[in-house]
Design a binder for this molecule. Structure first.
Ligand SMILES: Nc1ncnc2c1ncn2[C@@H]1O[C@H](COP(=O)(O)OP(=O)(O)O)[C@@H](O)[C@H]1O
Ligand SMILES: [Mg+2]
Length: 511
């Protein structure tokens, strides 16, 4: 569809005079057809201005005339309205469309080049760049195109950030991503769900359990009583490490030393030993190295953790072993921590994330050939600003810094990316940016994104729920997308997989 003609203005900013009736909107993608060079430029609308064919002050004078007519109860007739009035679309060039995809635009298109809206054919050559885990369709401003868009599996262990104000569609996106992971069968995904919204989706919504591949590809752990297909979260005390305690409490230097000394002395039994021995006994066990108060503080904290409902006194059970085995078999593991208080929730996520990181690192070092065939694993954490406010300390910042080498990626979901430490934020190579109301959050992302998104400030502010921008070194430019609604995605793959209506009916009755 014809939009208008190019009127300037520099290699980094193209201005288009739009037809009076063109309904151009922010974020829209347009094609500038340079006939002289036989090249098509893809551009993105980043601002829209008023234009009129008249001298200075004409619009104000005309408005004055209209008001005068209004007050006299008559109408103002403007002659040639369609040609005197127009809009200017301020665009940034995304690149030239070439057969292999898109290349950086280093020229300016010729004067008065014709400008039109994009169609799905324009993206035909970019298909291979649109990722194998599809989560939505290409969007041009407010409307969608029939082009599926997603992220590369490769992007998973290069870390992902999902950032949006509450209600903008983070959880829905994660469900679609988990569904795509199940469909692909090539990656593992460990999801921590403190709000209990992924399992069945809540009122009127659908969850991961409704995915047609859930039986084979999903494992669920919870402390809540769920309808079916889940195991209870039980961590053996022997699976808790000293580092996991650091996510729960702040320790002084000597308290820390005592913890590490206990670990060295008692091995995997360190928690039980601290818990069961009395203060005096410990004092002598450690060769009188630690003050009585140090011992008491540590003892009290260990006791409290040993008392958590999720902690089992049975040293033979191992949640980490079963979770790891599912992840290495390219499954999605959902850990529903919604029934837990924050301390327990942090402990569960630290123990499991650390187990994944350490096991993959071990395989990387000891069995390189086995490592090559391991699927990448993505660990997703909600309210990630809680775990990533400092650049070190617990396992999560460590995974952000070192995980990619061991095929362990972190997916941080947050409504306040500004609270995530800058160094950690810059580790996230792929960002899903949904509607973000706070300017400081947008600035934090602009600073750390791997592509220049500074010009998208206006667009990000006007995103509707489910509308997102994906920026990543794997995408040709920051891609505007509309994320699938999870329920619609489910119906589509159900249709595709020809699951008969009867099965749906049974599921409906089940819940
Ligand atoms: N892709 C989408 N398409 C249409 N509407 C959406 C989409 N994603 C989310 N929404 C709407 O926004 C609401 C909030 O989504 P949710 O994923 O729970 O947001 P968040 O986790 O960011 O708070 C949903 O109930 C739905 O109505
Ligand atoms: Mg949510």
């Amino acid at each position: 569809m014809y939009v208008g003609r190019l009127v300037g203005r520099s290699v980094l900013e193209l201005w288009v005079r739009c037809r009076y009736d063109s309904d151009i909107c922010l974020g829209e993608l347009l094609v500038v057809e340079d006939e002289e060079r036989s090249k098509n430029y893809l551009v993105r609308v980043v601002d829209i201005k008023y234009g009129a064919d008249a001298g200075d002050g004409w619009m104000e004078r005309t408005a004055g005339n209209i008001i005068r007519m209004d007050m006299a109860n008559s109408t103002y007739n403007m002659s040639d309205r369609e040609f005197r009035l127009y809009k200017i679309a301020v665009c940034i060039p995304l690149g030239c469309l070439v057969s292999g995809g898109i290349e950086k635009a280093k020229h300016i298109p010729s004067h008065f080049s014709r400008v039109r809206k994009t169609t799905s054919e324009d993206y035909e050559s970019m298909k291979s760049l649109m990722g194998d885990l599809k989560v939505g369709v290409m969007r041009s401003g407010g409307h969608t195109l029939n082009v599926n868009v997603g992220i590369e599996g490769e992007a998973l262990h290069h870390h992902i950030g999902v950032f949006a104000t509450t209600g903008m569609g983070k959880s829905n996106l994660m469900k679609v991503l988990a569904g795509a992971v199940m469909e692909s069968g090539r990656y593992g995904m460990l999801i921590f769900d403190p709000h209990g919204e992924y399992y069945s989706g809540g009122a009127g919504r659908r969850g991961l359990i409704h995915h047609p591949l859930a039986q084979d590809k999903l494992r669920v752990y919870s402390t809540r009583r769920l309808q079916r297909m889940y195991s209870t979260i039980r961590i053996s005390y022997t699976e808790v490490n000293v580092e996991d305690m650091l996510s729960l409490y702040e320790f002084t230097q000597s308290q820390l030393e005592m913890l590490y000394a206990a670990r060295a002395l008692f091995g995997r039994e360190w928690m039980r030993e601290i818990n069961e021995r009395d203060g005096d006994d410990l004092y002598y066990q450690f060769g009188e190295r630690f003050h009585e108060t140090t011992i008491n503080v540590v003892k009290r904290r260990v006791e409290r953790v040993m008392g958590y409902e999720i902690i089992s006194r049975d040293p033979t059970i191992s949640i980490t072993r079963s979770v790891l085995s599912s992840l290495h078999s390219a499954m999605v593991v959902l850990v529903d921590t919604s029934g837990l208080h924050e301390g327990e929730e942090l402990l569960v996520s630290n123990v499991l994330a650390r187990a994944v990181f350490e096991e993959n690192r071990r395989i990387y070092r000891e069995k390189p050939s086995e490592f090559r065939s391991l699927p990448s694993i993505l660990i997703t954490i909600e309210e990630a600003q809680r775990m990533l406010a400092t650049p070190s300390g617990t396992i999560f910042p460590r995974i952000a810094r070192e995980g990619r080498k061991f095929k362990v990626g972190l997916c941080a979901i947050s409504q306040q990316p500004k609270l995530i430490h800058r160094e950690i934020l810059s580790q996230f190579n792929t960002l899903f940016i949904l509607g973000l109301a706070d300017k400081r959050d947008r600035e934090a992302l602009a600073y750390s994104a791997k592509q220049d998104i500074s010009a998208l400030e206006n667009e990000i502010q006007t995103l509707m729920p489910g509308e997102a921008i994906i920026t990543s070194p794997f995408t040709p430019f920051p891609l505007p997308i509309k994320v699938h609604m999870y329920e619609e995605y489910l119906s589509r793959i159900r249709r595709k997989r020809a699951v008969d209506e009867k099965q749906e009916f049974i599921d409906e009755k089940f819940f």
